[in-house]
Design a protein around this ligand. Sequence first.
Ligand code: GLU
Length: 309
Amino acid sequence: MDSVTPVGRFAPTPSGRMHLGNVFAALIAWLSVKSQGGEMVLRMEDLDTQRTSEEYVRVLREDLTWLGLTWDRETPPQSRQTRVYDAYFEQLRDKGLLYPCYCTRSQLHSVNAPHLSDGTYVYPGTCRNLSQSERAAMGRNPAWRVRVPDRVWEVEDRIQGISRWNLATDCGDMVVRRADGVYVYQLAVTVDDGLAGVTEVVRGSDLLSSAPRQMYLQELFGFPHPEYAHVPMLLAPDGRRLSKRDRDLDLGQLRKVLHPQELIGALAFSAGLLDRPEPIGVWELAALFSWQKLQKEDFCLELPQLMEL
Ligand code: GLU
C-alpha cells in the first residue's frame, strides 16, 4: 500500500449499543475514507473494563455490518495493548517529561481547584516539583502526568475550522497512566492511531478538545498528525445531546423500526448530504460525499418512524 492511501478508523467503546450520534460519526468516517478509495480500521476502546463487555463488542460489530459500514482490518483492543503502551510511556520518562501525581480525586475537584468557565478542571501542577523524600512519604501508588508546554496548538478541522489551544492553561499537565496502572484514553488513542497509520480522525465534536492533547503526544512519539473532522452532535427531540447512558435512540431500538438504508438516507438528508430523505446504501452515498455539503451545526434527526419508539 502506498503512503498516500487514506486510512480512517472506527474507535467505538463497547460499553453499550451505538446511539444515533455514534452511527452518524461512524458513517461520516466511513464515507470520507471510502469516497477516496481508502482503508478503514476497527479498534475496540475497552480500557475501562468495568464498563465494557465482550457482548457489546459482538453487538457493535454486528451493528456496523447491518449498517453496511465495513472495515478492512481490526487492530487489537486497547485492553490488550498494555505492553505496547508501556514502551511509549518509557519514552516519555526518558525525555524527563513524566512525574508521579499523588493528588486524590477529592483534592483535584475541590472547590478551590482552578476551573475554566465551561467547568473543565485545570491541573495546577501540585505534584510537579515534589522532592524524592516527599514522594516516598506519600505511601500510595501515584498516577503519572506528562508535563505540557506553554505553547499554542492550532487544530485545523474540516468541519469546525481553526481553533487554538494552550494545554498549559486549558488542562495543565495531563495524566497518561492512572494510579491503578491503566493507561488513559489520550495516550492509548495516540499510540493506536499512530501504529495503525491512521491519516484521518473523524469523530463527534465533543472530542475536539482532545485533538490538541493528542497532537502534543503525536509530536513526542514521532507520529505524523492526522487530519481532523469533528462532526456535529445529534440532538434528542427535546434539544439534549444523545447519551448512551440514557439509552437514547440506540441501534437496538432503531433496528426495530427501520431498514438500514432508511436510517442512512435520513441521516444523510438531515446532514445536508442528500437533497431528499430517501433510502440509500452507503456505497451509493460514498459516490456523492463531499465535506462542503456537510451540515456544521448540531442537529435533530426528523424521522417519522422515531415517533414509534
Ligand atoms: N472511543 C471513543 C468513543 O466511543 C471515541 C474516541 C475517538 O474517536 O478518538 O466515544
